[in-house]
Design a protein around this ligand. Structure first.
Ligand SMILES: *Cc1c(COP(=O)(O)O)cnc(C)c1O
Length: 361
């Protein structure tokens, strides 16, 4: 494994090497059964044990109370943009959405198909550099839920704390789930596509408070009801078996690292190293306002677009892959998810210093 690059891709992102090594063995032969992990019945006792273990480890690591169900769904995080309002927003009722970037805008568009959507804050005018302070907006009385994206993958912003409100929170945590401790009990529902911090693409984890399962209207199709999947332990139909298995291996790695608290400290350290470099001069400019900065995705610019292109290409030659920013922001983006090593960050910071010296503005 000495040839692995430092993978700064925003998603799918880098995964822990021990989890990949275990998967490489289990793909061919799972525990001497003579068949691989992708080839066994999802109702076999071996796979049922994997699914149960993945779920209980996830519950343990995030401290998820027993009145919440954990679901393994397909369709990507983007399917949750409609499943959330389809299940939780009755016609004629209102939900409140904070518009903090591309992913929230897409969720707002879908929610409008089901009920009234109130958007008391939008960061669009300043290209989503800043997240709202609690005093920047009010949540209308009677809102069914307040929806937010905890980490805005594209713009590199992240809520450092969550809104204090009586209304239940619903969050898209696709790009920072398991990167820090979270007060689960303040949320009605949390969802996350796996491919940033949890595992491979193909499974979306939903954490939903059990009293919300019965809100769904009769007209909602079976597969799109949270209750269907909750009642059958995510085995109503064939679950994304391999993805669930690999999430389990990633969770074992997180636990071996010391759990979410230890991971959180390491993530703070990694982000601090890059932001300190950015703040040390005028050559690099962070996209996000300092108070809104993400510890998962660091979006930044160089003095010109030409220098940015040269930077990305030169970094790739030194095995630092995936530093090009999203097309809607331009510039560069370093995604430093849980499995991204501290050495890789040090490597990047040294490269940034060198590049600035050798390529004056
Ligand atoms: C990547 C991402 C999504 C989209 O995930 P898909 O699984 O591709 O649908 C949604 N929300 C956030 C915050 C993301 O980072």
């Amino acid at each position: 494994m000495t040839d692995r690059a430092f993978n700064f891709n925003a998603g799918p992102g880098t995964l822990p090497v021990p989890a990949l090594q275990q998967a490489a063995r289990d793909i061919l032969d799972y525990q001497g059964l003579g068949l691989g992990i992708m080839e066994m019945s999802h109702r076999s006792k071996e796979f049922m044990a994997i699914a149960e273990q993945t779920e209980s480890l996830f519950r343990e690591l995030l401290g998820i109370p027993n009145n919440y169900r954990i679901l393994f769904l397909q369709g990507g995080a983007s399917s949750q943009f409609f499943m959330v309002p389809m299940n939780l927003l009755a016609p004629g009722t209102t939900a409140c959405y904070l518009n903090t970037g591309t992913w929230s805008a897409k969720a707002i568009k879908e929610a409008r198909r089901f009920g009234t959507v109130d958007v008391p804050f939008s960061g669009e005018a300043d290209n989503f550099r800043r997240l709202p302070e609690p005093t920047d907006y009010t949540v209308a009385h009677g809102c069914q839920y307040l929806y937010l994206v905890s980490n805005n993958t594209i713009f590199g912003t992240q809520f450092s704390s969550f809104p204090e409100t009586d209304v239940m929170l619903v969050a898209d945590m696709s790009s920072d789930i398991l990167s820090r401790r979270i007060p689960v009990e303040r949320f009605g529902l949390i969802f996350a596509g796996a491919q940033k911090n949890l595992g491979p693409a193909g499974v979306t984890i939903v954490i939903v408070r059990d009293d919300l399962l019965d809100r769904v209207a009769d007209s909602v199709p079976t597969m799109l009801r949270y209750k269907t999947h909750a009642d059958k332990q995510s085995m109503y139909n064939t679950p994304p078996c391999f993805a669930v298995y690999l999430v389990g291996e990633v969770l074992k790695w997180v636990k071996a690292q010391g759990g979410v608290e230890a991971i959180e400290q390491r993530n703070e350290e990694k982000a601090r190293l890059i932001y300190e470099m950015i703040d040390s001069g005028d050559y690099y400019r962070g996209h996000a306002e300092p108070s809104s900065r993400s510890r998962m995705n660091v979006a930044f610019n160089l003095p010109t677009a030409e220098l940015e292109a040269k930077f990305v290409a030169a970094a790739a030659k030194q095995k630092m892959i995936g530093l090009k920013g999203h097309r809607s922001v331009g510039g560069c983006r370093a995604s430093i998810y849980n499995a991204f090593p501290v050495e890789g960050v040090r490597h990047l910071v040294a490269f940034m210093q060198r590049f600035e010296r050798e390529n004056p503005a």
